[in-house]
Design a protein around this ligand. Structure first.
Ligand SMILES: [Zn+2]
Ligand SMILES: [Zn+2]
Length: 879
């Protein structure tokens, strides 16, 4: 039993334990243990290695870490792996910037190497922050999607899905980012609001009247293949089937009627281009229209567009508008607020291009069926997934025209258009480097060209649950938990469910825990420009990781956005200091024999007082309640209960009540107090350990009868409950607290002795008064019935502002007479007559009763007493 150091120094303490935990391999998952009932596997998000582990990340990881640590205390075999989602465009762009090169200037291989090197540096920085925040990942399970060990699995999943008919290669319109020069999936398109221009353009009729259409994209006139109106629009009732000449470009197009046209937009007539938007794609397919692609992959009009070829889209828009005006086609222009689809990585408005790409089939029913088997926390998050899934129109385009990503393991035959997708034994495959050793099954040729397209990075991260479960070596069973932010439900959650259902016919996880955002101190979204953002590192430096983690837990229930509250961090720091101090106090009084309370066997010490029984019984109850909250991921509620118990019941009340026994009790009674203190403190540290792992660990090591880490200990299971003792203990604590408050109000020292105290504890016949008496420093008796308290007049307080003006030069004499009179007589006069008569040198003077206040005191049988109200108990303090 060593004493805790005098001051709580979180910086040194947290550094020390980070080091020790790292060395002891404390959080290692036991993969030899195949008992699935006690397995708790977390499908941890592999973050994108930006180098910055921000506060939004921290919230999600706090939730996972609270859950991981809690489940370890429950004796479960916890797997908390950590991966890194390395591939992707932002890294390519960063490397181009840092190296001052274009990716096309070096070989694919060389470029990949540069990306890997860059990514490793970013990962190190983020791991450092994760360590400081006290997260308990099992680093022996670390994975990086850029390692062939991992991307070989991504390829395998692709091959298996192809075998099951989920993969197809087709020419199909896709969302295209002209800046990133790659196809992107629906989920990567963000709608942004912009100011546009609505142009009204006249098309000349071919053997019929002209027509006016409204468009925000005159630059697509060269791609116009038709026009459409609402069939119910009376203005155009007899125009359907008319033909028109497209201004400037001359192709002839026909007017069709389709219910999807919004007759209230512009003139009610719109042009159909290949492709302005998804609606155009639908009409193009439905009415079998021509394909006139005019936009290039880098966002220009194609060279073969007469007069305007090669212009960037914005330039083309301006020049075509001017030309329309010059030629008399432009009827009107007005500003319009519009929502356009943009690339989520770079905010560039997307184009829709028809390209040959690889697709994964989206089976909406299958996905929703599996999603319904998952427990969503909070429940309404399922709705977000459902809404997204039901709105999916296109299959998932998984090919990207980039470099730093998992290669698509496929080759095309040089002689015919047969595609060979790798077999499992050809994996991992680098199709741009190695060719398959087979003949083309269609034409017999043996020359192949490897696919240069690579996979969407979500193809890597959406097998994280499978990877966490040991796929493909182990038979797949859903893992226990997925934790993630709500903004990636439509991507990461959606794709993971799709893939696990397709590959294994299972849901990926039992539970999906969703976190909200961390808002700035002003309640707004954090942003560097608003100066309201907070870096977790800074908070840890100023306070501690233990306090930061508590603030994250208390922000709100999972799923809700939480506002970062500096005052929560400060209050957590105060709480931790308090806990440090009581542990230090305890460590001075406990010795090796103090541990192992009898409470462990479901029985109290024989010499246990009401206070001991109360705190142990309360502790057992709190441990159960906190476990129930933790099972439901209500970290906010759980931590509040722990803090309330430790601060209020244990520190403020119980420790005060037993000080007398600890210093000078009889040995048996002192031991009972030590047992209860040691047991309760040890349990409290275990309840707190998921939230504030550092202090809990340090303090735990200073208790008797503990060995090893608190994080390898068991959740408190105090099989002990005594409702009657709890009720008595609460009374005792309430009385002690009321007397303490009264002494403080009276300006008395807290250990000042009192003549005696009488307690009228309604409904409780017997109360153990020993601890109470020692605490309040007075003999204590427990009485029955109601105390016979009377109010006695002990003085008067004349009101000078009334007496002065009324009695002028006599006022001083009147006041003197009032003060000399018997207060009881004045009180009676006030009560009975409403006025007061006094004798002033033989003359009777009459005052209004309100001119004099009577001071009263409480008396019991004539003795001075203070009457205190302590919950349901009346306390008489005889000073
Ligand atoms: Zn982009
Ligand atoms: Zn062939």
């Amino acid at each position: 039993m060593t004493e805790l150091s005098e001051t709580y120094d979180p910086e040194a303490l947290e550094a020390k334990w980070r080091e020790e935990w790292h060395e002891s391999d404390l959080y290692r998952y036991d993969d030899d243990n195949d008992d699935t009932d006690t397995q708790y596997v977390i499908d941890t998000p592999p973050p994108y290695p930006t180098g910055d582990f921000h506060i939004g990340n921290a919230l999600g990881w706090c939730y996972m870490d609270f859950a991981a640590r809690y489940h370890r205390l429950q004796g479960e075999n916890v797997s908390f792996p950590q991966g890194w989602d390395c591939h992707g465009l932002p890294t390519e762009v960063k490397v181009e910037e840092n190296q001052d090169i274009r990716r096309t200037e070096v070989s694919r291989e060389e470029f990949r190497e540069l990306c890997i090197e860059h990514t490793e540096g970013q990962i190190d920085a983020m791991k450092e922050t994760m360590g400081r925040l006290g997260f308990s990942q099992d680093w022996s399970q670390e994975y990086r999607t850029m390692d062939s060990e991992y991307w070989g699995k991504t390829q395998r999943s692709f091959v298996e899905m192809a075998e099951k008919g989920y993969v197809h290669r087709d020419e199909h319109p896709v969302n295209w980012c002209p800046r990133c020069e790659t196809a992107i999936a629906d989920a990567e398109v963000e709608n942004i609001d912009t100011e546009g221009t609505l142009s009204t353009v006249r098309f000349s009729g071919v053997d019929n009247d002209d027509i006016e259409i409204a468009t925000t994209r005159p630059e697509l006139l060269a791609a116009c293949v038709g026009m459409a109106v609402d069939p119910d629009d009376e203005r155009y009732a007899d125009r359907v089937g008319d033909t028109f000449e497209v201004p400037l470009f001359g192709q002839e197009v026909e007017l069709i009627a389709d219910e999807e046209v919004d007759g209230d937009f512009g003139t009610g007539a719109v042009m159909i281009c290949t492709f302005g938007d998804k609606q155009d794609v639908d009409w193009w397919a439905e009415y079998d229209l021509d394909l006139r692609p005019v936009v290039t992959e880098d966002g220009r009009l194609a060279e073969d567009v007469p007069e305007f070829g090669g212009l960037a889209i914005d330039e083309a828009k301006a020049k075509i508008s001017t030309a329309l005006q010059k030629e008399g086609y432009l009827q009107d222009e007005e500003p319009i607020e519009q929502s356009v689809g943009a690339c989520w990585r770079c905010d560039t408005p997307i184009e829709i291009l028809s390209k040959e790409q690889w697709f994964v089939r989206v089976d909406r029913e299958e996905i929703l069926g599996k999603a319904q088997e998952i427990d969503w926390i909070p429940e309404h998050m399922y709705g977000r997934l459902e809404e997204w899934t039901e709105g999916m129109e296109w299959d998932w385009v998984i090919s990207r025209q980039r470099v730093f990503a998992t290669p698509i393991p496929a080759w095309s035959c040089d002689e015919c258009d047969h595609w060979h997708i790798a077999t499992l034994d050809e994996l991992p495959a680098e199709p741009t480097e190695d060719d398959p050793d087979i003949e083309c099954p269609d034409c017999g040729a043996d020359a192949w060209t490897g696919e240069t397209d690579v996979m969407d990075t979500w193809m890597d991260s959406s097998i994280s649950a499978l990877h966490a479960a040991g796929w493909p070596d182990a038979e797949f069973t859903p893992v226990q938990l997925r934790e993630q932010g709500h903004e990636i439900i439509r991507t990461w959650a959606f794709y993971t469910i799709l893939r696990t259902a397709a590959l294994e016919g299972e849901k990926p996880w039992d539970e999906a825990l969703i976190n909200g955002m961390v808002l700035g101190t002003d309640g707004n979204k954090m942003s560097k420009s608003k100066d309201n953002s907070v870096a977790p590192e800074e908070v840890v430096k100023e306070h501690s990781a233990d306090a930061f983690r508590q603030a994250m837990a208390l922000g709100g229930q999972p799923g809700s956005d939480i506002q970062f509250q500096p005052k929560e961090v400060t209050s957590a720091s105060r709480f931790l200091t308090k806990l440090w101090n009581i542990t230090r106090f305890a460590s001075q009084h406990l010795d090796a024999e103090s541990g192992g309370s009898a409470a462990d066997d479901g029985a109290f010490d024989e010499a246990a007082t009401d206070a001991d029984r109360w705190i142990l019984s309360r502790c057992a109850r709190v441990a159960d309640e906190v476990a129930a909250d933790m099972d439901e991921y209500r970290f906010d509620r759980a931590l509040r209960k722990v803090r309330e118990f430790v601060w209020h019941d244990l520190a403020d009340d119980y420790v005060e009540l037993i000080k007398g026994r600890l210093y000078e009790g009889d040995p048996a009674e002192r031991d009972a107090a030590r047992h209860a203190l040691s047991t309760t403190l040890s349990a409290s540290l275990r309840l707190l350990a998921p939230f504030s792992p550092f202090l809990a660990e340090e303090a735990y090591h200073h208790l008797p009868d503990t060995s090893g880490s608190v994080h390898a200990a068991a959740w408190p299971a105090l099989d002990i409950a005594d409702d009657a003792a709890e009720a008595r203990g609460e009374r005792i604590a309430a009385v002690a607290s009321a007397v303490r408050a009264w002494k403080s109000d009276e300006g008395m020292a807290l250990n000042a002795d009192l003549d005696r105290i009488e307690v009228y504890a309604d409904g409780i016949a017997e109360l153990d008064t020993g601890d109470l008496s020692a605490t309040v420093n007075a003999p204590v008796t427990v009485e029955t019935g109601e105390p016979d308290v009377e109010m006695v007049a002990v003085g008067v307080d004349p009101d000078h502002s009334t007496i002065g003006p009324e009695f002028r030069d006599q006022a001083g004499a009147v006041v003197g007479a009032l003060e000399a009179a018997d207060p009881a007589t004045i009180e009676r006069q006030k009560r009975e007559d409403g006025r007061i008569e006094i004798d002033l040198d033989g003359e009777t003077v009459t005052l209004d009763g309100d001119a004099v206040a009577v001071e009263r005191e409480q008396r019991v049988a004539g003795e001075e007493v203070a009457v205190l109200d302590a919950e349901d108990t009346t306390v008489l303090v005889f000073p």
